[in-house]
Design a binder for this molecule. Structure first.
Ligand code: ACO
Length: 430
């Protein structure tokens, strides 16, 4: 074998093995041959939380965390946020290439005609408790879509896959807005297919008694960019859930319900809410230095700072900061933004944050914008889910078409009791 290999000596047996290195990885299955005897199962790698294990080969998102780079299908996130639209980015993420004018027109049309949901869905959204979290409703409602579209089971039928993709991207905002309207006791607002994707979502969220809702163009644009920034982020917790659940060959609605549930967790989709709470607790710019001191003393973490992958400024945070200014021109400035800016200024000049490579992440500014646009905190992860839907679909499809993928089924290191005999109740110790 050439230089692209790893030589391993097993000190238990003295045997040497040569294992190929491809794309900076070794195949975990190549370790299986390393065994002490015929009865030995063979060596496995142990990697809780997959911190150093590639679970797939993917062509969707590229991240260089040290340089602060994010690209979808090769296109820098900055260019897409500046020049593209969420539906065009959705096409790119799902299909791999930018669409022609005709392809985009057909794609937008397919999404737009699928925004309406079956009337029965309204009935079961009605059944939720009055204060149900909209993310809980979304998880259930998107999973329930599978019962309305039994053809979604045909996951290897290209045409069926395309239809489910259009339905999912189109219906997530409708389900999300219905979940919100239920939680505030307002009548559901139906989709308005004259509006853009983001504009229609604002309509379904905020329409009151007016005959036709007209979204503010600046807010519509800001929301569209926020959706672009959330469209995909390679193998994060929810993408992994989408792939893992989808690998059982279940329909995509059930797999998206699993991905949405993964996003519901505070370590994934809930950090922007924590930022908002933190800024409110700090209360004033003059309290920032004291707060930073307490973070450095290890009392708590600075929310919206730091990232497992980015060890530089999260490129999405930079774009969101700019969008915030556009939003505040319409909504008026949020009092929290001055606190956030001061926090960032002090932290970025501080040795602790510099040496730990802690920079603002995507969540640092997004919550402030959402709040200024009148979205309640409970809706923040729901907004994330709408933006991430094309990414989940792309990850799912890539997994399905990858000949190397099978049902996801990790191994374990068993640390429990060895075989023992069942004890009848009367013989068990008290
Ligand atoms: N404030 C202060 N110190 C921090 C922070 C922070 N926000 N984040 C990390 N550190 C410090 C840790 O204390 C640790 O210091 P030490 O080595 O001196 O003990 C070091 O930096 C490394 O921290 P880890 O927890 O090992 O880093 P990890 O990569 O596992 O964590 C995470 C990443 C969870 C995002 C972390 O930075 C964090 O808790 N940030 C705040 C929450 C947040 O903003 N989450 C949103 C992430 S973006 C997203 O999910 C969409």
């Amino acid at each position: 074998m050439g230089n692209d290999s790893l030589t391993i000596t097993d000190n238990r047996t003295g045997k040497t093995y040569e294992i190929p290195i491809t794309d900076g990885t070794i195949r975990a299955m190549d370790l299986r041959q390393i065994a002490t005897s015929k009865d030995d199962f063979g060596l496995m790698s142990y990697d809780p939380a997959f911190t150093n294990t590639a679970s797939c080969r993917s062509a969707i998102s590229f991240i260089d965390g040290d340089k602060g780079i994010l690209q979808y299908r090769g296109y820098p996130i900055e260019q897409l946020a500046e020049q593209s639209s969420f539906l065009e980015v959705s096409y790119l993420v799902v299909h791999g290439e930018l669409p022609t004018a005709a392809q985009l027109k057909a794609f937008v049309h397919n999404i737009t005609v699928h925004t309406i949901i079956h009337e029965n869905i309204k009935k079961f959204v009605d059944g939720f408790h009055y204060d149900a979290h909209p993310m809980g409703i979304l998880v259930s409602a998107v999973g329930a879509l599978s019962t309305f579209y039994p053809d979604a089971k045909k996951i290897f039928d290209v045409q069926s896959r395309q239809t489910q993709m259009s339905r999912l991207i189109a219906k997530m905002p409708t389900l999300a807005a219905f979940a919100y309207r239920h939680s505030v006791g307002m009548p559901y607002a139906y989709p308005d297919n004259d509006l853009s994707y983001a504009g229609n979502f604002l309509n379904m969220m905020f329409k009151k008694t007016e005959l036709k809702y007209t979204p503010d163009p600046a807010l519509e644009h800001a929301l569209d960019v926020l959706f672009i920034l959330h469209a995909d982020h390679e193998q994060n917790c929810s993408a992994n859930a989408m792939r893992s659940v989808g690998s059982s060959q279940v329909d995509p609605y059930s797999a998206v319900a699993a991905a949405t549930a993964a996003l519901y967790g505070p370590l994934h989709g809930g950090a922007n809410e924590a930022v908002l709470r933190m800024l409110t607790e700090i209360g004033s710019v003059k309290n920032v230095p004291e707060y930073v001191k307490r973070v450095k003393a290890g009392e708590f973490r600075l929310q919206g700072f730091g990232h497992r992958i980015y060890k530089n400024y999260d490129p999405r945070a930079k774009i969101i900061k700019r969008i915030a200014e556009e939003v505040f021109e319409v909504t008026g400035k949020s009092p929290l933004i001055d606190i956030a800016l001061e926090l960032e200024r002090i932290a970025l000049a501080d040795d602790y944050f510099i040496s730990h490579k802690l920079y603002p992440n995507v969540d640092f500014y997004s919550g402030i914008i959402y709040q200024a646009m009148n979205f309640p905190v409970d809706m923040f992860p729901v907004l994330f889910a709408i933006g991430r839907t094309p990414g989940w679909i792309a990850q799912w499809q890539e997994m399905l078409l990858d000949k190397e993928q099978r049902i996801a089924r990790p191994r374990q290191v068993f640390i429990g009791a060895s075989r023992r005999d069942y004890l009848p109740m009367e013989r068990r110790p008290a």
